[in-house]
Design a protein around this ligand. Structure first.
Ligand SMILES: [Zn+2]
Length: 450
């Protein structure tokens, strides 16, 4: 069964523990804008890092890119965003709710029956001005997707990397859409981060590659712990397809508000390169050295939302357990995305023990994000780490000073082992990689709590 966690619980945990704060909170916040706190920024970085590892680092056929948010205005003419990236908007004169007029069946407000304004095309791109004068010639847009930065650099990447088809370009970055409706916490906001790949293939092989990427991306979520019954593939109907797409499927997650898109995988055909060649006057194609043939590659685009992934991982990980008349809240985050991998907890603040524990802390933090916590009771500290998803806690006590051993506690099972400090780094490493806690290093023993 999917975890039926309410969104309020996630929002409250995020606020309480420092994952996500409302933006500009001391001024009352700014609608649909969010700030990632000390733990949120680690989680988000780890999600992006896991994606980069899978998509770039571990592949021969992929290179990365980081393009600017502001681009030449012609880019958006070529891409179709200037004309096509708009929704017909009407506003209710009484309650001021805004609607897409093509969704409405009557000319009255569906909410209060009030009178509606004239319909106008509302472009979802944020417009701003470059330089010191606000005139039309200086109009630029905040990019509504990172994709275009990769299309316009197709030739640059090809020339500098000598990649052969099929190959891909990967990019992570912020995008901006002035959505008519936002909401569901960090699920839909006007400023958001994307993880996108543009994968260039020979025409005719595009359908196979489309299926390949759909499966590859679906498995990426499963490998990071997303429960199988909380994720699904959904093929777009013909009328849902964007103007550029030959085919598109969504990877949906079962969020508290229902199934919603986590990532879209699209077969864009040759639309983008053809459009940019036409508008720029430059040649954007690929020379097949064997056949001496110039071809325009087709493009498969797996496009994921960082913020949505973060929210999905949080919802997926959230758990509550009865605990001696109380409730233990914990996040079963996959170790590779957990904000802290390890917490060092000295049983007392006494100086000799503190020095001993700090030593361990200093050594381990070279390898992982490690948290040091010596305030309040050990029970309270374990709960705090559970609630923020720290997979392993290392506890040192006064006996440690004599036998040079420490205790490792597992977040999910609360089981413990006691091992020599010399074995600590290697053992933590193997446990974070998924080895069973009770596989013991030399000199290790199973430990009972309390
Ligand atoms: Zn109304």
């Amino acid at each position: 069964m999917p975890t039926n966690v309410e969104m309020e619980k996630i929002v409250s945990l995020c606020r309480r523990r420092g994952f996500v704060f409302p933006s500009s909170e001391i001024y009352g916040g700014l609608s649909s804008c969010w700030d990632y706190g000390p733990l949120g920024v680690e989680l988000k970085r780890n999600v992006k890092e896991a994606w980069w590892k899978a998509m770039v680092q571990n592949r021969d056929d992929m290179v990365g890119l980081d393009t600017s948010i502001l681009m030449h205005p012609q880019v958006w003419a070529a891409s179709g965003h200037l004309d096509g990236f708009s929704d017909p908007l009407v506003e209710c004169k009484s309650c001021h709710l805004r609607w897409r007029s093509d969704d409405l069946e009557s000319d009255k407000c569906p909410s209060c029956g009030g009178e509606l304004t004239e319909s106008r095309q509302f472009n979802l791109m944020f417009k701003t001005f470059m330089g010191s004068t606000e005139e039309e010639a200086n109009e630029v847009y905040l990019r509504p997707e990172t994709a275009q930065g990769m299309f316009v650099n197709f030739q640059n990447v090809l020339q500098t990397t000598r990649k052969k088809l099929p190959f891909g370009i990967a990019q992570i970055g912020k995008s901006f859409r002035n959505e008519i409706t936002t909401g569901n916490f960090i699920f839909r906001s006007r400023e958001f981060e994307q993880m996108e790949v543009e994968y260039f293939v020979k025409p005719g092989t595009d359908e196979n590659w489309f299926n390949y990427w759909l499966e590859e991306r679906y498995n990426w979520y499963l490998n990071l712990g997303i429960k199988k019954d909380s994720i699904r593939l959904r093929k777009h109907a013909e009328k849902e397809l964007a103007h550029y797409a030959k085919a598109c499927s969504d990877i949906d997650y079962l969020f508290p508000m229902g199934w919603a898109e986590l990532e879209g995988v699209a077969n864009r055909g040759d639309f983008d390169l053809v459009q940019h060649a036409k508008h720029s006057g430059k040649t954007l194609n690929y020379l097949n050295k064997e056949t001496k043939e110039h071809i325009v590659p087709n493009i498969i685009e797996p496009s994921a939302g960082v913020d949505r992934s973060v929210l999905a991982f949080l919802c997926n990980a959230y758990d509550e357990e009865p605990d001696k008349g109380d409730t233990r809240v914990l996040l079963h985050l996959h170790p590779s995305i957990a904000p802290y991998k390890i917490a060092i907890l000295p049983l007392s603040k006494k100086e000799n023990l503190a020095t001993f524990a700090k030593d361990i802390y200093t050594n381990l933090r070279k390898h992982w994000m490690v948290n040091y916590d010596d305030t309040q009771s050990i029970g309270r500290r374990y709960r705090r780490q559970d609630e923020t998803g720290t997979p392993l806690c290392v506890t040192v006590d006064f006996q440690s000073l004599e036998d040079n051993k420490a205790t490792i506690r597992d977040r999910d099972t609360m089981r413990q082992i006691r091992i020599p400090i010399d074995e600590l780094k290697t053992t933590l490493q193997t446990k974070l990689e998924g080895e069973d806690l009770f596989v013991l290093p030399p000199g290790g023993q199973i430990w009972k709590e309390g």
